[in-house]
Design a protein around this ligand. Structure first.
Ligand SMILES: Cc1ncc(C[n+]2csc(CCOP(=O)(O)OP(=O)(O)O)c2C)c(N)n1
Length: 591
């Protein structure tokens, strides 16, 4: 295939071929890659391996980066994206930063100008390793073709072990074209990276079991780290053995079914009131694969102030970072859970506590005005959830109100089926990540629940969906505004609208205070998403009447290709409950 025979009969390959063959050997089935002058040799190699790797051309490198994340988040295997040097590489930056904050295994490969001109401001030169230094788990500028095989091995190892994360490989064009004798057995050279997985000590496991046994009001607080460790089964077993209630972070949704008997759903700023009250009231908080993010804790000193805290995380730097743990355990979470399940006993009597949690849930459920005349975002999401429960359904989201409502009102039952840009909060994540999910899960229903602001940040990927026959559905909750920012304007800035309306501006009116009123009566909708979607070759429809919603959802779900359902929703609705930034559960806004 890509090899040539030398006089000595050993295998000689180009750097580009070594890189692509390494992808094949690492079982990469799909790569999202956008070509350019400095990455063309790698694209030529991709064509040679076309039967083994499906190369998908996104319509923007950021879309490719999020699509690769869609593969990683939905399968647990690393996602791979490729871009050319300069602008291609910088277009990947947001997706790399996003993967870093959510601990997603991503391999980002960039073309670079030839080694001889690096540092000369050559055409399309960007020092992308320098740009990305703080947002990667590791990064390489490969300067010799002999290094390619080793770098590829190390990159996959680093991206997928310990706390997963993005690895950048910057490949100068001459390194792609140079040839060398390949040593596929080359050892890794990572003196600063501990290969051994951290494991909880038996004594630590005994301490956790004892704390559970003696607690009166224990609460599990589980996050993305449990999903990363493939620990959902062990976590559910622990719940079965102990009867402890559980709350999840936005990254942890799906670990335990939302409709399970001990679920307290999501906690945090827009989490369930009952979850936040349970954190307030518990005497033991068992934090698993979480990082006490400020959107979860609000005012840190007050968070779980009545509880003893157990914190299990694979990353030692997370322990005691935001909140001091009484029992700190640096460990692979799944290992710790499996060891714990061997000895754990149910607490002596937590029936009163479980009853208390259930009463809180009963008293403060997620709710909305079910009698509202038009379609409310929460209603559309709940209907969609009800209509898709019998199918293997994946949900991705943009960032904003729709994201939080999806987290609140969709019933998640399995890990890796809910994809949200959580740490970085990147608008534009929903559509391309859905594209990656669909490529990796061709027989599943994949739905991007999006806002009109977020959707327009990577709307060009509708073209990729059509051309690559990826039948992603988009439930577009179109409120004509940047809804979440509008909500903050309403809550904290006297409803003064500051560039949060997405329709055409009448500048004369906009300069006066009448602008708020003007938005309220907008009847002409902009842009025409149906026409745009159809222009890209996708199916599309609008719906504005509540009585038409179910039929419209059914049309979307049943459509054989990609489809955009543009749903008219009001912009005045607020996501509640809400614990304002830096405030505590005592200041939670309920109504
Ligand atoms: C790339 C990016 N730019 C800006 C923001 C700030 N931001 C957070 S939510 C939001 C509004 C999102 O609007 P939309 O996607 O329409 O969703 P909605 O809140 O209306 O549901 C903005 C601008 C962001 N999170 N990401």
């Amino acid at each position: 295939m890509a090899s040539a025979e030398t006089k000595r009969g050993t295998q000689v390959m180009t750097g580009a071929d070594i890189l692509v063959k390494s992808l094949v050997d690492h079982n990469v089935e799909v790569i999202f890659a956008y070509p350019g002058g400095c990455s063309m040799p790698m694209h030529q190699s991709l064509t040679k391996y076309g039967t083994k790797i499906r190369t998908i051309l996104p319509r923007h490198e950021q879309g490719g980066g999020f699509a690769a994340q869609g593969i990683a988040r939905s399968t647990g295997r690393p996602g791979v994206v490729m871009a050319t040097s300069g602008p291609g590489a910088t277009n990947l930056v947001t997706a790399i930063a996003d993967a870093k904050l959510d601990s997603i295994p991503l391999i980002a490969i960039t073309g670079q100008v030839p080694t001889g001109v690096i540092g000369t401001d050559a055409f399309q030169e960007t020092p992308i390793v320098e740009v990305c230094r703080g947002i990667t788990k590791h990064h390489y500028l490969v300067t010799k073709v002999d290094d390619v095989a080793r770098v590829m091995k190390e990159a996959f190892h680093i991206a997928t072990t310990g706390r997963p994360g993005p690895v950048l490989i910057d490949m100068p064009k001459d390194v792609q074209m140079d040839q060398c004798h390949v040593d596929w057995e080359v050892p890794m050279n990572l003196p600063g990276y501990r290969v051994k997985k951290p494991m909880a000590q038996p004594e630590q496991i005994r301490q956790i079991a004892a704390a559970i046994k003696h607690s009166k009001r224990p609460l599990l607080y589980a996050g993305g780290g449990v999903i990363g460790a493939e620990g959902a089964v062990a976590l559910r077993k622990l719940i079965e053995l102990t009867g402890m209630p559980i709350t999840m972070t936005v990254m942890g949704l799906g670990l335990y079914p939302n409709d399970g008997p001990l679920s307290l759903d999501m906690l945090g700023m827009h989490g369930a009131a009952y979850a936040n009250y349970a954190v307030r009231d518990c005497d033991l908080l068992i934090a698993l694969g979480v990082r006490f993010d400020d959107r979860v804790t609000g005012k840190k000193e007050v968070f779980a102030q009545n509880a003893k805290i157990i914190h299990v995380d694979i990353d030692a730097s997370e322990i005691n970072k935001n909140k001091v743990a009484h029992i700190p355990v640096c460990s692979d979470v799944r290992y710790a859970l499996e060891e714990l399940n061997k000895i754990v006993e149910a607490p002596d009597d937590i029936s009163a506590w479980v009853k208390h949690c259930k009463e809180l849930k009963h008293k403060h459920p997620f709710h909305y005005d079910e009698h509202f005349d038009g379609i409310l975002q929460q209603h559309a999401i709940r209907e969609l959830s009800n209509m898709t429960q019998d199918r293997d359904t994946f949900v991705t989201v943009g960032v904003g109100q729709h994201q939080m409502w999806a987290a609140q009102f969709f019933n998640f039952r399995q890990p890796r089926h809910w994809l949200s840009s959580s740490g970085l909060g990147t608008m534009g994540f929903g559509l391309p990540s859905a594209m990656g999910v669909q490529a990796a899960n061709p027989n599943s229903l994949v739905i991007d629940i999006d806002g009109d602001g977020s959707f327009q940040m990577n709307i060009q990927e509708l073209a990729t969906l059509h051309c690559e026959k990826l039948p992603v559905k988009v439930l577009l909750l179109n409120n004509q505004h940047l809804g979440m920012v509008v909500q903050w304007e309403d809550r904290f800035m006297g409803s003064n609208r500051a560039h949060t309306y997405l329709g055409p501006i009448d500048h004369e009116e906009a300069s006066g205070i009448g602008v708020t009123e003007k938005h309220a009566i907008v009847t002409e909708r902009y842009p025409d998403f149906v026409q745009i979607a159809k222009g890209y070759g996708c199916g599309a429809a609008t719906v504005s009447k509540k009585s038409d919603l179910r039929a419209a959802l059914k049309e979307m779900i049943d459509y054989p290709g990609p489809f955009v359902l543009d749903v008219s929703v009001p912009y005045q609705e607020h996501v509640l409950p809400m614990i304002p930034s830096g405030k505590s559960v005592n200041e939670m806004i309920l109504e």
